[in-house]
Design a protein around this ligand. Structure first.
Ligand SMILES: [Zn+2]
Length: 316
């Protein structure tokens, strides 16, 4: 049922926010449009008891407050907390402000904290991500003690054995590092966005930046980004097999994985090493899904820096 509800009856503190953060610039823009008389679609709230909880429409509601409104048009659903979380996770995928990698991670974290007992596949469906991505976030939350580890699941061969980008199974000891690679990827995305913004800034506010060599700033950031890209695990280290995580391995520095460049060079010298096939390509990636093992090439490749150090490969 669509009705006007008082904004003061919305419980913001206990409404799930399946995004890393609200975009202030979006709120300002919406508020400006509201003041100018623009009609926005009703927000979606779940009524639990005498309070309303936002399932969809955080930006619109904050904008309405900013524009000075005390009421907001809302689609009101009677439900419970589970329903609220389900709707909130769904709503953020469908429309509105596009999800960033950080948003996706936040959504999966919210779902896992709410329903730690649900399977990776179920959480993946709720958040519209790949199950392997859910597993990686789950491991991260478990490691930090945010959700419990629960009983160890037995891996079925060929189905949920995690594999690296060239299809090699990841040894259990190395999986934690693999599952945390989104941490680096998130930072790469952050830098990439900042670089794009700064490139435009000089055109937008030339006066403001008169004392700054923005090209130099951008170039430093690109170097930093390229350095981080070198840290993205690509394949199980072919030298130590990734099984023994020890600092003895000079190729992977004990982390069990090499980056894409290093792997490529090792594979050039050793035809027995499998090459990336099928899903590991930029073309198979689409923003709506986050295939954990088929990241776009931009996370693995850069053009001006070397990879990890390459030792002589054993010839057999
Ligand atoms: Zn190694």
């Amino acid at each position: 049922m669509t009705q006007d509800i008082p904004i003061s009856s919305i419980d913001f503190d206990r409404s799930p926010l399946p995004r890393a953060s609200l975009r202030q610039e979006v709120i300002v823009e919406y508020a400006k449009a509201m003041r100018a008389g623009a009609q926005f679609p009703p927000i979606l709230v779940v009524a639990i008891g005498d309070r309303y909880y936002i399932a969809d429409g955080w930006h619109r509601t904050k904008a309405a407050i900013e524009a000075g409104y005390t009421q907001i048009r809302a689609e009101v659903v009677q439900g419970d907390e589970d329903e609220l979380y389900r709707l909130a996770l769904r709503a953020n995928i469908r429309h509105g402000v596009r999800r960033s990698p950080e948003d996706k991670r936040k959504a999966v974290e919210i779902a896992l904290k709410r329903w730690p007992q649900k399977t990776d596949a179920e959480i993946a469906q709720l958040c519209v991500v790949e199950p392997a991505y859910v597993l990686s976030v789950r491991r991260s939350l478990q490691r930090r003690g945010i959700i419990s580890r629960g009983p160890m699941r037995k891996l079925k061969p060929g189905t949920d054995v995690p594999t690296d980008a060239v299809g090699q199974p990841i040894p259990p000891e190395a999986y934690e590092v693999w599952s945390e690679r989104y941490r680096i990827i998130d930072h790469i995305d952050t830098l990439r966005k900042l670089i794009a913004v700064l490139k435009e800034e000089e055109k937008t506010y030339p006066k403001l930046y008169a004392g700054v060599v923005l090209k130099a700033v951008v170039s430093h950031l690109q170097l930093a980004m390229n350095e981080l890209i070198l840290g993205v695990p690509y394949a199980v280290c072919p030298v130590c097999g990734g099984g023994v995580i020890s600092s003895a391995c000079n190729t992977c520095f004990g982390r069990g994985f090499v980056n894409k460049q290093t792997y490529g060079r090792l594979a050039d010298h050793n035809p027995l090493l499998p090459r990336a096939s099928g899903p590991v390509s930029a073309t198979s990636y689409s923003p709506g899904q986050e295939p954990a093992d088929s990241l776009p090439d931009r996370y693995w490749e850069n053009d001006n820096l070397g990879g990890d150090s390459i030792p002589d490969m054993p010839s057999s």
